[in-house]
Design a protein around this ligand. Sequence first.
Ligand code: NAI
Ligand code: MG
Length: 353
Amino acid sequence: REYKIAVLPGDGIGPEVTREAVKVLERIAEMDSSFRFKTKNFNWNSEYYLEHGKMMPEDGLEQLKEFDAILFGAIGDPRVPDPVSIWELILPIRKNFQQFINFRPVKLLQGLESTLKKEVPIDFVIVRENSEGEYTESGGAMFHGETREMALQNMVMTRQGVEQIARFAYDYARANGREKVTNATKSNVMLHTMTFWDRLVEEVAAENKDIDYERYYIDALAAYFVQRPETFDVVLASNLFGDILSDLGSAIVGGLGLAPSGNINPLGEFPSMFEAVHGSAPDIAGKGIANPIAQIWSAALMLEHLGRKDLHDLVLQAIEEVLVEKKVLTPDIGGNATTADVGDAISDKLERI
Ligand code: NAI
Ligand code: MG
């Protein structure tokens, strides 16, 4: 079977790191005849917006629908307001393709030192609700500029939304030999939504007694990420809490250049989308020094999602070998290699494993 992969390189360093991820996929296909794929590039980025007045064509989602997966670079350009690129491109894809899981590994790779300056193994995943919660269009603002000016932003939680993310966390834990699910909450203060979230999560926990369950308030949990990150396995969080926790998670294991993610539609009715956690990094765009590891690792998550866990593991091993050797590293992790050098080094390792 030949996989069809839509590639949206985006803006800034998006195209630079995505090129390296595709390079790695091509090298795998050369080595392993059982993995065949075809890519199609879509230039829906801020340049496209400046020319056409929208982030993608009217039938953009229709065009993407037929692909097996989407590899997304990053979007964001100083000439286009951020809410435009986010609400007109990223969020329509996440929401319409029912990618209600945002999956973010937090793993200290071999060859890297934790920013926490202590030697503990860090290896957990954040399972973030990706389609409702705190990030909805529901709300409004009134009385602009007056003393009674006000703004309201609603948080929406549905039984279906919470149950499906909780079930995914437990199914993932069981399938991957994980022993514990940690629920990130704030039900001591958020009376309606977070108490509802806890009740549904705990119903699912009760169906999965073979896996340990614990619950922490988000503020305390943020501190525990720093104080004892080695104690976490699967962290289950709402949209906002998961967003913040995953940047914190990436910071303790080497930074944004090393943080991958998947936006997953688990039932497979629509394509899932894989992207580095970082943005378009205008400060280093065009210099050829962006770290491509986050995007190459995201492509590896895509391989796992497509049923090739063996190839995911191979890519991760190649990344770790390059990190352990410390010869070809980008400046963000203490080297002076280029983006392309790192992509080449990882591709070459694949052949020697
Ligand atoms: P950012 O992630 O682009 O950059 C933050 C810092 O990390 C910068 O100093 C950057 O140079 C560094 N950095 C990021 N990725 C790196 C890599 N691969 N290698 C080395 N250094 C790296 O976040 P920022 O600056 O807040 O946002 C820039 C633009 O990106 C904004 O327009 C924002 O809206 C957009 N953005 C888009 C995302 C997406 O497409 N999913 C996610 C986050 C931000
Ligand atoms: Mg974020």
